[in-house]
Write a protein that binds this ligand. Structure first.
Ligand SMILES: NC(=O)c1ccc[n+]([C@@H]2O[C@H](COP(=O)([O-])OP(=O)(O)OC[C@H]3O[C@@H](n4cnc5c(N)ncnc54)[C@H](O)[C@@H]3O)[C@@H](O)[C@H]2O)c1
Ligand SMILES: [Zn+2]
Ligand SMILES: [Zn+2]
Length: 363
């Protein structure tokens, strides 16, 4: 059996997104079909559409989603029909060398559905980040579904599926921000703001938001920044040092993904402090730093993929904090939009213009 549903497909490099009929097979062994309730619009979806990730068109876009499990295949025990779940792109394998060493948040062999979703003519779709969720129903590996409190609003919950988790985890997991720490966050979009929210949750005493767009600094304050630096008007390294007694911050999180902002992060950090790179660079970017400074300043230079999250550990906990009013996930939802090609294209435009933290498609 198969189902025919509506979904948003990127047909080819830089071609407009199209609404298509998507054929979703019944779940096979280890798989689940999820009725999507909400899916956030992430930069990565735009990168797929532009052909910046790979050439495996057509893509079924969307990957920051929450929904309800409709059916599960043979052998699935972790979720069942009617469970409210957040989808993830880290379904840990339990067997690779990272998992075997007890570090499943680095899992090198995460899995996706084995069966493909297709167009009606049989063309196989490549789901964005192995999810594909701008669609009424999607087929995923059961391990990509994490059950959470069904009282959470789907539009907010789904954001933990990618960017917001990446930012929260950059502070909480990778950066290991501690009570009383000073933290600087460079780049205050959805990911940087989530890093600010994460630093606040961890008990950071001073949280310095840095951005070149003053609008972003206003939002960053609402997320928990105690100080802001407009780096289009002042030197961010000098400003962060001044705000930290002349020393630099204990943890600096780079959420832009550019060499110049990485260099700012490197020099805004106190001796023996930590830099976390969560922004994603492009292939042509290179970094030049005096090796003596890398040595002499000590500490840790880390990168953070998906906030080093373990969905089964982190999603239910963060949803509980959200339900208790300690983590304002709703604040990341700038607008909700319908599932439609024109709507998604307009949302991409607003994202590129820096007008939104997240547009969320609600079904
Ligand atoms: N590591 C991961 O797992 C992961 C997951 C999701 C997204 N990301 C990456 O995180 C980054 C941020 O994502 P986002 O959704 O917040 O994007 P965004 O475009 O919403 O935010 C980027 C912010 O950086 C600011 N900025 C741009 N240039 C700057 C500069 N020179 N100095 C200071 N600020 C500057 C912009 O004004 C904007 O506020 C992207 O590179 C994205 O690909 C990483
Ligand atoms: Zn693994
Ligand atoms: Zn994403």
């Amino acid at each position: 059996m198969v189902q025919h549903v509506r979904g948003l497909v990127a047909p080819g490099r830089d071609e407009p997104v199209r609404m298509e009929t998507v054929v979703v097979p019944d779940p096979g062994p280890g798989e689940a079909v999820v009725a999507v309730q909400a899916c956030g619009v992430c930069h990565t979806d735009l990168h797929y559409k532009q052909g910046a990730i790979n050439d495996e068109f057509p893509f079924l876009l969307g990957h920051e989603a929450a929904g309800v499990v409709e059916a599960v295949g043979e052998g699935v025990t972790e979720v069942a029909a009617d469970d409210f779940v957040i989808l993830n792109w880290r379904a840990v394998c339990g067997r690779c060398r990272a998992c075997a060493r007890g570090r499943p948040w680095y899992c090198f062999d995460t899995h996706n559905a084995a069966q493909p979703m297709t167009l009606t003519d049989g063309t196989v779709l490549s789901p964005a980040l192995g999810v594909g969720a701008f669609v009424e129903k999607t087929l995923v590996a059961a391990g990509q579904c994490t059950k959470v409190d069904p009282a959470a609003a789907p539009a907010a919950a789904g954001l933990l599926g990618c960017g917001v988790m990446a930012g929260l985890g950059a502070a909480l997991n990778t950066g290991q921000v501690g009570r009383g720490d000073s933290v600087a966050v460079i780049g205050c979009g959805g990911v940087g703001d989530a890093a600010i929210a994460g630093a606040r949750l961890a008990g950071a005493a001073r949280i310095i938001a840095v951005d070149i767009d003053p609008r972003k600094l206003t939002t960053a304050r609402a997320m928990g920044a105690t100080h802001t630096v407009d780096s289009s008007a002042q030197d961010p390294v000098a400003a962060v040092r001044e705000l930290t007694g002349g020393f630099g911050a204990d943890v600096v999180i780079e959420a832009v993904g550019r060499p110049e902002t990485y260099e700012q992060a490197f020099y805004s950090r106190d001796l023996a402090g930590t830099v976390v790179l969560v922004g994603v660079p492009t292939p042509e970017m290179t970094l030049r730093l005096p090796l003596l400074d890398v040595f002499g300043r000590g500490g840790a230079l880390k990168s953070s993929w998906y906030g080093d999250c373990l969905p089964s550990r982190d999603f239910p906990m963060l949803i509980d904090l959200y339900r208790q009013g300690r983590l304002d996930l709703d604040a990341f939802v700038s607008e909700t939009i319908a599932l439609g090609d024109g709507e998604l294209e307009k949302a991409f435009g607003r994202m590129e213009a820096g007008e939104v933290l997240r547009s969320v498609v609600v079904l």
